[in-house]
Write a protein that binds this ligand. Structure first.
Ligand SMILES: [Zn+2]
Length: 183
């Protein structure tokens, strides 16, 4: 791990490793996210290739640093505490995909995730068996694990499952003909 990342993280714990862009190119820049807000250090750092080096609209950075292929393009190291991490998942893909808003459930994450899981499962059922091995099936499975972890009080483990769903959801976006793209 480059020492720059350790420095930017202010030696905080890594809370999530996310893959937020479908791109196989090597990273040449490291974009630094805003301060986490609850202590020193950046909320996240994103590794991007030349094509994506201008940054991602959903990931507004505060600074750019040179990088030499330390991670695949689209890798994000997230240092935010669990609730902020879950909110980020909601903002970036879970609410757009399901219409479920955390504030509707008073930020009670087991309830939020249970409702979101219901929405994706119903969508899968409506789709029939058109694509049994498709990303929606995988999202339903991972959402089930996320719900189970949240119901057991392990929100960090729930966030791990959501991280995988986030990557899977990009495959949905790449196939707008499914009618499953986020609204
Ligand atoms: Zn890229």
């Amino acid at each position: 791990m480059p020492s720059l990342v350790q420095q930017l993280s202010a030696h905080r714990q890594l809370t999530a490793l996310r893959a937020v862009v479908r791109c196989k190119a090597k990273s040449t820049v490291l974009r630094e996210g805003p301060a986490a807000g609850d202590g020193p250090g950046a909320a996240w750092v994103a590794f991007l290739c030349p094509a994506h080096s201008e940054g991602l609209p959903e990931w507004p950075a505060t600074a750019t640093h040179a990088d030499q292929d330390s991670m695949p393009c689209g890798s994000v190291l997230d240092f935010r505490p669990t609730e902020q991490l879950l909110q980020s998942h909601a903002d970036l893909w879970l609410t757009p995909l399901t219409g479920v808003r955390p504030e509707t459930y008073g930020g009670v994450w087991p309830d939020v995730l249970e409702q979101a899981e219901r929405v994706v499962r119903e969508r899968l059922e409506q789709e029939g068996d058109a694509d049994e091995d498709g990303p929606l099936q995988s999202i339903v499975t991972m959402m089930w694990f996320a719900c189970r972890a949240a119901n057991e009080g392990d929100l960090m483990q729930a966030a791990v499952s959501l991280g995988y769903c986030e990557t899977l959801a990009q495959s949905l976006e790449a196939r707008p003909e499914d009618g499953l793209a986020p609204q």
